[in-house]
Design a protein around this ligand. Structure first.
Ligand SMILES: Cc1cc2nc3c(=O)[nH]c(=O)nc-3n(C[C@H](O)[C@H](O)[C@H](O)COP(=O)(O)OP(=O)(O)OC[C@H]3O[C@@H](n4cnc5c(N)ncnc54)[C@H](O)[C@@H]3O)c2cc1C
Length: 418
């Protein structure tokens, strides 16, 4: 039977980074990944900031960078807003997620982490009287039993760890679909299409790739404000309304993005935490399973890498000091880093759920005015979005629009459960 200080379930960005930081701190760790191939299947648009790239600590970035993105064009039904990044520091990159995940796993292994591919976690049995907990894993060769003092659940939106440990911290999800296709657009600009009839509760996107006129084309919807539970009818309509964007079924994928629980929902879920301590053992959740994502854009790679580092270092410290009380610092530390951003993003997301197409037109019209564009360029940040959004509401038109919709939101809150 294999025995470790920490077993990390899931070899996505959060899990690989957590394992790397466990090893770095001197504790033993193993990653268990259910896919036989790292990074597959891809469920991501693969757009990350330069800051996220740096957070990955990967030196050789060429193999996974597909394209440098120097700005965004935001389109509502009647208006268009072109935002250029003011400096290379603020640029973004379209990455090949599968190659990126492989590189992160390799970095964790180089730091000392072991890895089992094709190993699916089936159960966690509590340790009694100071015994380590046991993980039952189905592998390609049969069944494996693993012992660990700390289990880090980094197994994504449909986490087994969260279910087995009764630690579900989120209840709502955005449903997403994406295809690849031809799109003859500016190669350096991602495009965002906003509108309730385009993608209720979110937006549609095109992300240009370096290959000739090819883009990732997708959208997400929040079913709480959508007439359809599936996003597929919206993608079909989006492609039909934009014949210039020729989405094909190549690279088709569907996925889900967790929407973090609001403070109110957390209370109703009885203060569910991302840490559980049990009889000398511990369980921690990191990344998508902990809803460590930006509610406005759905991006989770940067936060997952950040929180993976925190989780890994704290798990190792708890094991080395033989004091599981140390694990409690995890919740406090990650919330101190990104909690306020997530809480603010959640408010923006909720408001977006009730805006109509006319509201989105007004927002795009106002933001395309010269002074507003300058403010967006100055304060806009892919990873920390609150500052730019606070600037928007200083504009009297947008202030009024927000105030009107806050009242609408309060009426819709109970009905929509948002
Ligand atoms: C359509 C779409 C587009 C997105 N676009 C972006 C984007 O452009 N930029 C961005 O930053 N974020 C994006 N995201 C979000 C991003 O993909 C996630 O936030 C990120 O992958 C989270 O990383 P993670 O390591 O927490 O989980 P994951 O990457 O989901 O990794 C979890 C791993 O756990 C494994 N696993 C699951 N269950 C088990 C089990 N029982 N046993 C063993 N292994 C298991 C899975 O196979 C998987 O490898 C997008 C998401 C979607 C759905």
């Amino acid at each position: 039977m294999l025995e470790y200080d920490v077993v990390v379930v899931g070899a996505g960005p959060s899990g690989c980074m957590a394992a790397k930081y466990v090893s770095k701190a001197g504790a033993s760790t193993l990653i268990v990944e259910k896919s036989a191939e790292l990074g597959e299947p891809i469920q991501c648009a693969g757009l990350i900031s330069k800051r996220a790239l740096e957070e990955s600590e990967l030196k050789d970035v060429k193999p996974f960078i597909n394209n440098e993105i120097k700005g965004a064009i935001v389109r509502s039904h009647s208006y268009e807003l072109r935002i250029e990044v003011p400096s290379p520091e603020k640029s973004a990159f379209a990455i090949r997620r599968n190659v990126f995940d492989k590189a992160l796993a390799k970095a964790a292994q180089e730091e000392g982490a072991d890895i089992i591919l094709g190993g699916k976690l089936k159960n966690i049995i509590k340790g009694c009287g100071g015994e380590k907990q046991t993980l039952l894993v189905d592998t390609v060769d049969g069944k494996e039993e693993l012992k660990a003092t700390v289990v880090i659940g980094a197994d994504g939106v449909r986490s087994s760890v969260a279910k087995l440990a009764a630690m579900t911290v989120t209840r709502n999800y955005l449903n997403c679909v994406q295809v690849e296709g031809e799109y003859d657009a500016d190669e350096a600009f991602a495009e965002i299409f906003v509108g309730r009839t385009i993608a209720p509760g979110f937006f549609a996107w095109t992300i240009p790739l370096v290959a000739e006129k090819v883009a990732r084309i997708g959208l997400c919807t929040d079913k709480r404000c959508s007439p359809h539970s599936s996003p597929m009818p919206f993608l079909k309509r989006f492609l039909a309304e934009h014949p210039e964007i020729k989405g094909t079924h190549s690279g088709f994928m569907g996925g889900a993005i967790p929407i973090p629980a609001s403070a109110g929902l957390q209370r109703r879920m009885q203060g569910q935490s991302t840490v559980k301590i049990n009889d000398g053992n511990g369980i921690m959740l990191v990344g998508d399973v902990a809803a460590q994502v930006k509610p406005i854009t759905g991006g989770g790679i940067f936060y997952g890498l950040k929180c993976g580092k925190i989780a890994g270092a704290i798990a190792a410290e708890a094991c080395l000091k033989n004091d599981m009380g140390v694990l409690r610092e995890y919740e406090t530390k990650w919330r101190a880093e990104i909690g306020a951003e997530i809480a603010f993003g959640l408010k923006v997301h909720k408001l977006r759920c009730i805006l109509n197409d006319g509201d989105f037109d007004t927002i795009c019209r106002v933001l395309s005015q010269e002074d507003m564009l300058q403010r967006i360029t100055k304060h806009g940040d892919m990873d920390y979005q609150a500052l730019a959004f606070r600037e928007f509401v200083k504009n009297p038109v947008l202030f009024k629009l927000t105030a009107r919709n806050i009242i609408k939101y309060l009426y819709a809150k109970r009905r929509l459960d948002i």
